[in-house]
Design a binder for this molecule. Structure first.
Ligand code: SAM
Length: 281
């Protein structure tokens, strides 16, 4: 495996994932009861967009860069996300630092909350450990996030979020995510789950979603295309699948996704879609 998220940090897929992630965390933090987050495929957690990897692809410029360039016109629900990125870049002449999911989560932990973030690659894990060092309620693990998940669920907190965001380099990744989500749902049926995946072959995504459990809190699909999905070449569309999304999250995403899709569009076929595959009981 040679996936490096540094090449993609801050691209349109990160924008969608990190926006929705923060909406979920906001809802979890609305109650004083503690919550637990497990980020199975965490990455390094912090990226320098001025370094070669990010510079070579220029993906951040087409993602977070576009939103920050015209902040005033962005939907308000993006504020927690855009504020987080802007805070990191205060004093920089141009966008330079980009937070990964574990950093965004760790920043939001209250003294009663917990994060465990996992990465399989030793060098990514080393960077992750450094990223999380200032956050006493966050822990970095080196290992297979799929294998680690069952032993941590259900968490003693009995509320929280499972984030599964793999690199999708392997043909069997959809199966692995579906299996992990089903296993996690059995152990922690009330937990919120956020799954990220590319959309290259929409039929494969439909089959993946059809195989997922239908939790009492509902199963929702969120898709974003910056151009029509295509099987080959760079990714132009991606999706999130949410199990038990906290109340209000999908409605907020549905309201603001068209405006986001418009800002990130790069070609014909751009757009966004939110659908309940199984509504909350
Ligand atoms: C898409 S990146 C994660 C990005 C991160 N979630 C974010 O939003 O900032 C996927 C990461 O998964 C890691 N990885 C790949 N297979 C893994 C596995 N089986 N368990 C844990 N991590 C894995 C890779 O090293 C890579 O850093």
């Amino acid at each position: 495996m040679n996936y490096r998220h540094a090449f993609h940090a801050g691209n349109f897929a990160d924008v969608l994932k990190h926006w929705v992630l923060l909406l979920i965390l906001e809802r979890l933090a609305a109650k004083p009861k503690p919550f637990f987050v497990l980020d199975t495929h965490a990455g390094a957690g912090f990226y320098d967009l001025a370094r070669e990897a990010a510079g070579r692809t220029g993906e951040a410029a087409q993602g977070i860069g576009r939103l920050l360039a015209d902040r005033a016109s962005a939907p308000q629900s993006l504020d927690p996300y855009l504020d987080a990125v802007a805070r990191l870049n205060a004093g920089e002449p141009a966008l330079r630092w980009y937070p990964g999911s574990p950093y965004l989560i760790a920043e939001r932990l209250r003294p009663q909350d917990r994060l465990i973030a996992c990465d399989l690659q030793p060098d990514e894990h080393r960077a992750l450990r450094e990223t999380l060092a200032p956050f006493p309620r966050a822990k970095a693990l080196n290992g297979d996030g799929y294998a680690a998940a069952p032993s941590m669920l259900p968490p003693p907190e009995r509320r929280g979020l499972l984030l599964i965001d793999p690199p999708f380099e392997s043909r069997t990744e959809f199966e692995a995510v579906a299996k992990a989500a089903a296993r996690a749902h059995k152990r922690f049926p009330q937990g919120a789950t956020l799954l990220w995946h590319p959309i290259k072959d929409p039929a494969a995504v439909d089959a993946f979603r059809a195989a997922l459990p239908r939790p009492a809190g509902g199963l929702a699909a969120v898709d974003l295309a910056v151009a029509a999905p295509r099987r080959d070449g760079p990714m132009t569309a991606c999706g999130l699948t949410l199990l038990n999304p906290p109340f209000g999250v999908t409605a907020q995403v549905e309201a603001d996704l068209p405006a986001l899709a418009e800002r990130l569009a790069s070609g014909p076929g751009a757009g966004g879609r939110v659908e309940w595959l199984a509504p909350p009981a």
